[in-house]
Design a protein around this ligand. Structure first.
Ligand SMILES: [Mg+2]
Length: 108
């Protein structure tokens, strides 16, 4: 599905349930992602993983849910505005990475 097709669906959702409900849904989905990340960390990263792929499947599902909500929120505030700030933040992040890389090299 294209981004434009998804945007039409988001517009329809806003029309049907309203703006506040879309923000509430985003909050709920982000909460579910927090829980899924915690479960993934506990079960898969801290050594308790028993091969149950439902944990990873759930994490992927919650990431997709949040991604949908983020796309909706971008539509509310303007995708170009989000992209502009994202570029600024990525520049800052690149600086932090360069700085940390130097610190680690200096320690060797
Ligand atoms: Mg969810």
């Amino acid at each position: 599905m294209t981004k434009e097709e998804r945007k039409k669906i988001y517009d329809k959702a806003e029309e049907l349930w309203g703006l506040v409900a879309q923000y509430d849904q985003a909050i709920e989905e982000m909460g579910e992602l927090i829980v899924a990340i915690n479960k993934y960390k506990r079960k898969c990263l801290y050594g308790e993983y028993n091969g149950n792929s439902k944990i990873i499947d759930n994490l992927i599902e919650e990431i997709a849910d949040v991604k949908m909500c983020i796309e909706q929120l971008e539509g509310f505030v303007g995708e170009a505005n989000v992209e502009r700030v994202l570029d600024q933040k990525m520049q800052k992040f690149m600086g932090q990475i360069a700085e940390m890389t130097k610190v680690k090299q200096d320690k060797k």
